[in-house]
Design a protein around this ligand. Structure first.
Ligand code: HSE
Length: 304
């Protein structure tokens, strides 16, 4: 088979929910997966994977990157070309850092590029949201920054969420996985009026806290009643890591996406202490973790 054309796309990890923003807010982080698509003449699919946890990735038609690629071509009513996909993983899988979103966005963006860009970014975004089922990972993965997504009469309204430069995300990534479907199964289907009001108030406060960097607002805003109370039991050591992060000076700590990664927000003066405290707290529970501060990625998916 000979090469017809090639495109390489880099997609950032994401942290969704940020506490009270369940299924509607997420931010892109400076940690990346890179994927190279080479369209070939003839038929077939070749998938090669390298990098973090590469052995866990499917290399047949069930691969999520390929599923997104094929969905794009079905959407534009064309047959997907034979393709070779080379994946370089930097985002660990099933940890609440949006690895599925990187695959969906990477596959759609690459397909759009190879097909001559028939779809707008907004159309790609709508396809990505439909594939993932919620917007909070795929939207920042595609366009970067911190983003809020809300349904409108005609589709989605997406707005940027200003993120004060003094607020630093620290992710604590444990060495165990938690599937999003398992973490969604433990959630109730109905909530009380008090819980709805609590989250509406705290999401509003979070938006203002993120914009201003005001410590008191951030400290109160990271609480949630919709998902975290139910998911904590799936993350051994949650309470100890949270206490350690807050004692070390973090504004607060939340579950990153569906978990099990935990996300602390802090400032530059406390970043080192928060990082060490979270790693140490988990170590005392017998859990190995990688804990690091990451910048907010402002670019989203980039065709290299
Ligand atoms: N908002 C989603 C959830 C993110 O919390 O289930 C999953 O990555």
């Amino acid at each position: 088979m000979s090469v017809i054309s090639t495109v390489t796309v880099r997609v950032p990890a994401t942290t969704a929910n940020l506490g009270p923003g369940f299924d509607c807010i997420g931010a892109a982080l400076g940690l990346y997966n890179e994927v190279k698509f080479t369209s070939l003449d003839g038929e077939g699919l070749i998938i090669q994977v390298a990098g973090v946890e590469a052995e866990k990735v499917q290399t047949d038609e069930t691969n999520l990157l390929y599923q997104a690629f094929a969905k794009f071509y079905r959407y534009i009513e064309k047959t997907p070309p034979a393709v070779k996909i080379e994946i370089e993983l930097g985002v660990p899988l099933a940890r609440g850092l949006g690895s599925s979103a990187t695959a969906i966005v990477g596959g759609l963006v690459a397909a759009n590029q190879l097909a001559g860009s028939p779809l707008s970014t907004l159309q790609v975004m709508e396809l990505a949201i439909a594939m993932e089922g919620h917007p909070d990972n795929v939207v920042p993965a595609l366009i970067g920054g911190c983003r809020l997504a809300a349904t409108s009469a005609t589709g989605w309204e997406i707005c940027d969420v200003p993120w004060h430069e003094h607020i630093i995300p620290v992710v604590a990534i444990p060495d165990f996985e938690l599937s999003t479907s398992q973490a969604r199964q433990v959630l109730p289907t109905e909530y009380s009026r008090a819980d709805a009001i609590f989250n509406a108030a705290h999401l509003g406060l979070l938006l203002r806290g993120l914009a201003t960097g005001k410590a008191e607002w951030l400290q109160a805003a990271l609480q949630d009643k919709l998902h975290q109370p139910y998911r904590q039991a799936l993350i051994p050591g949650y309470a100890a890591v949270e206490a350690a992060a807050v004692d070390a000076g973090a504004y607060g700590m939340v579950i990153s996406g569906a978990g099990p990664t935990l996300l602390a927000l802090t400032d530059a003066d406390h970043t080192q202490a928060v990082t060490a405290a979270m790693a140490n707290a988990w170590k005392q529970q017998g859990i190995i973790s990688i804990v690091r501060s990451l910048p907010i990625d402002m670019q989203g998916a980039v065709v290299l």
